[in-house]
Design a protein around this ligand. Structure first.
Ligand code: NAD
Length: 369
């Protein structure tokens, strides 16, 4: 298979972890006989420094001519006080999501068995690890209501006297397309789907519940669907996360629940994500930021970046075996006790604490055996 990959490493630890992600993709290409062509481009603060914009035309051009975007992380205090549209996250990440209609955000909350001790929940509640997939609607709901109500007199976001207002709006096609992504994921896993809303209070949630129910009943009757209100879902996630397999929810609820789920796993450096369009084109990035506090020290955990590469292989290119091979190599590395500093606990032997580049090398070594 031949694929063109836009490589947007970004700021802070981005370039360090991206290097390891590419090492692993290179090994996969060699073992499975694929050709991946990489085009690197600046994004975020470093792009602003060179071009005066966090998402310059040169970078868009490279993304336009690629089959997937492999993204590191952006941001840092140096660029925090720029006008909002020029800050790394708002000026680059949000436009990329909009430009490529990346409406589906897939965030696995995974705890690899050997890391159950470093999670924030008692390890008996996480026996054997955790593997929950949160499917979040990414381009609708309350964060984008403004675009849909321009004709109304009371503008979202504008404080009028003592009032401020935001609009949470969903249409049937928007809900159906994210339900389709969630059903597809559920069919490939345990055929169990939980839809999260606030249908006891919100009209948009009532529509959400009806559309998801109809969609599943008519197209995927074999999926076991249940519904939870978002407050209950948060409590259940924090106390008994293993009851879930795939969770589908709207933009703001997904934002909050996916952060909660990642906090439960206790290791921000381990969690990948995918933002997908209807065509399968997508942006693949770790959920963490640019970690300026440890940038340039070769001690960041590259595994979230490497796992984002595995998601790219699976969701953008349909290379399931290749994706699984990466996950299995990481599992073996962890089982053998190798950790980056962020995952180290007292029980871990000192000689098994690895730098960023050593961890990348270790995954490559285990992929090759
Ligand atoms: P952060 O995720 O960068 O860091 C939070 C903490 O986790 C830090 O202590 C950091 O050292 C640690 N950490 C993060 N990734 C790690 C890794 N791979 N290995 C080991 N430790 C890791 O969040 P923050 O400090 O709130 O934000 C820093 C910058 O990143 C800000 O400018 C923020 O706007 C930006 N940010 C970008 C993205 C993105 O690019 N998608 C996401 C979140 C934050």
């Amino acid at each position: 298979m031949k694929k063109r990959i836009a490589v947007l490493a970004g700021d802070g630890i981005g370039p360090e972890i991206m290097k390891e992600g590419l090492k692993v993709l290179g090994t996969i290409a060699k073992h499975f006989n694929h050709t991946f062509t990489y085009k690197e481009a600046l994004v975020g603060g470093c792009a602003y420094d060179k071009y005066g914009h966090p998402l310059p035309d040169e970078t868009k051009e490279i993304c336009n001519n690629s089959d997937a975007i492999y993204f590191g992380a952006v941001g840092g205090s140096k660029w925090e006080n720029l006008p909002p549209e020029l800050t790394p996250e708002r000026g680059a990440l949000l436009p990329l999501r909009g430009m490529y209609h990346l409406f589906a955000n897939l965030r696995p909350a995974i705890i690899f068995g050997p890391l159950a001790d470093s999670a924030s929940l008692k390890s008996e509640r996480l026996e054997g690890g955790l593997d929950v997939l949160i499917v979040r609607e990414l381009t609708g709901g309350i964060y984008f209501g403004r675009n849909k109500v321009k004709s109304l007199t009371l503008h979202e976001g504008a404080v009028q006297g003592n009032y401020a207002v935001d609009y949470m709006i969903y249409s049937v096609p928007e809900i159906e397309r994210i339900a389709a992504v969630a059903c597809d994921a559920a069919m490939k896993r345990s055929k169990k789907l939980t839809s999260v809303d606030k249908a006891n209070v919100l009209e948009s949630s009532k529509l959400w519940r009806k559309v998801v129910t109809d969609y599943v009943q008519t197209r995927f009757p074999q999926i076991q669907l249940n519904h939870l209100y978002v407050d209950n879902a948060a409590m259940q996630l924090a106390t008994n996360p293993k009851q879930f397999d795939v969770i589908v929810t709207e933009n703001m609820f997904g934002d909050i629940l996916s952060d909660l789920a990642s906090a439960i796993t206790g290791s921000i450096g381990m969690l990948p994500s995918a933002s997908l369009s209807k065509t399968g084109f997508g942006l693949f990035e770790p959920i963490h930021g640019s970690a300026p506090d440890i940038a340039g020290q070769n001690k960041a955990n590259p595994l979230a970046q490497i796992l984002s590469g595995a998601m790219m292989l699976k969701y953008a290119f349909g290379l399931n075996a290749e994706s699984k091979a990466i996950e299995q190599a990481i599992m073996k590395v962890l089982e053998d006790g190798y950790r980056t500093g962020d995952l180290a606990n007292k029980a871990t032997q000192k000689e098994k604490i690895l730098s960023t580049s050593q961890m990348g090398d270790k995954v490559v070594e285990y992929l090759s055996t």
